[in-house]
Write a protein that binds this ligand. Structure first.
Ligand code: MRU
Length: 350
């Protein structure tokens, strides 16, 4: 199981597995400064909601470790956080990680003898470790939802919500891994996920690395697959889950959810609780990132559309809560009505 980042504590540098080069090359890039991490997030060398939150936490450490800043520590943090928050607006995990780093900074500032850098580093390590533990826990809970059958469980996913998108293990693919680890056969159908091809490049690669059967399909095949191929569930990740259960995830998720409902296939969202944003009431308030038109008019650097064509390139869509069967988090499984069940999970563990 591959992890998308390595923190070198001795040299205080963050190494990122450059996901733009996968599946062809395994290249690690080194970030010694916060702005290098911000660029890596914006350019999608690292991607996936939990992974970018973790990278941002380490970027704060780098921002305090290097570079002059004449202002106060709090001011320095605010400038770092603003630059990092600006990179990708949809995943709430980024904001959640920065909120934690800010609280840790405040507690250090109120204890003058404390080792500021050491404490920030401990907090970033903790965010990373907690994400891994959350993935394993929600993976086990999600695996329990899929009852054993006389054949391999068939799961349709979307994008990459795997070890590459998290601290390791994955959310949607964490459920797949947990089924496999329990000794039950499982197979995954992975839509290629235009335009960035996370399904073709990343999900297919990481499942093959783990020896889990995976079948690649194009995004346009999802309807036929759900109509005819006896899928046991659609399992996807999330970038932000609103208080009413509406869930933002990679563009193309919404159509899979509508089709799943039409064909009676359970639609499951798998995410750490850090992806739940109770301050955002509904999906309508979730900011949706718009990306460069170049991602659509070119594939692997080759132009496939006429020069000057107009392009619409939202990176995410919102699946309304009414299409969602269950939201699996490390705190438990939320079921409709989600305002109550997500609220319960939040207060139970407050
Ligand atoms: O644009 P990306 O690749 O960052 O989008 C990723 C997704 O949509 C994932 O499904 C989501 O972040 C959950 S990852 C556990």
């Amino acid at each position: 199981m591959v992890r998308p980042f390595r923190w070198d504590s001795e040299r205080r540098v963050l190494q990122l597995l450059d996901q733009r080069r996968l599946p062809f090359e395994k290249v690690w890039i080194e970030c010694a400064r916060a702005d290098e991490v911000a660029n890596a997030i914006r350019d999608m060398a690292i991607r996936g909601a939990p992974a970018i939150g973790i990278a941002a936490a380490y970027a704060v450490v780098l921002g305090f470790a290097r570079g002059a800043d004449s202002g106060t520590e709090a001011g320095r943090f605010d400038r770092l956080a603003a630059a990092l928050l600006n990179t990708r607006p949809t995943a709430v995990n980024l904001r959640a990680a920065l909120t934690r780093m800010r609280s840790r900074l405040e507690s250090v500032l109120s204890a003058p003898a404390a080792d500021l850098l050491g404490e920030l580093e401990v907090e970033a390590d903790r965010i990373a470790a907690e994400d891994l533990a959350a993935n394993r826990r929600l993976g086990a809970l999600g695996a329990g939802l899929l009852s054993p059958a006389d054949r391999a469980a068939r799961i349709l996913t979307h994008c990459n919500a795997g070890s590459l998108a998290t601290s390791g293990y994955g959310t949607a693919l964490g459920i797949v891994r947990a089924i496999a680890e329990s000794g039950r056969p499982v197979e995954v159908f992975a839509p290629e996920t235009r335009p960035y091809l996370q399904g073709a490049r990343l999900t297919a690669w990481e499942l093959k690395e783990d020896g889990i059967p995976v079948t690649l399909v194009t995004d346009g095949m999802v309807g036929s697959l759900l109509a005819g191929a006896r899928m046991d569930a659609v399992v996807v990740g999330a970038d932000r889950i609103a208080a009413n259960g509406d869930s933002a995830n990679k563009i193309g998720t919404y159509q899979a959810a509508v089709l799943a409902k039409e064909h009676g296939v359970p639609f499951v969202v798998a995410a750490p609780f850090s992806s739940v944003d109770l301050e955002t009431p509904t999906g309508a308030e979730i900011p949706i990132e718009q990306r460069d038109p170049e991602e659509i008019v070119k594939i692997a650097g080759t132009r496939i559309a006429p020069e000057g064509v107009r392009v619409w390139n939202p990176a995410f869509d919102v699946t309304p809560a009414r299409y969602i069967t269950a939201i699996v988090t490390e705190r438990g499984v939320a079921r409709p009505p989600f305002p109550a069940s997500l609220g319960d999970l939040a207060t139970l563990h407050a």
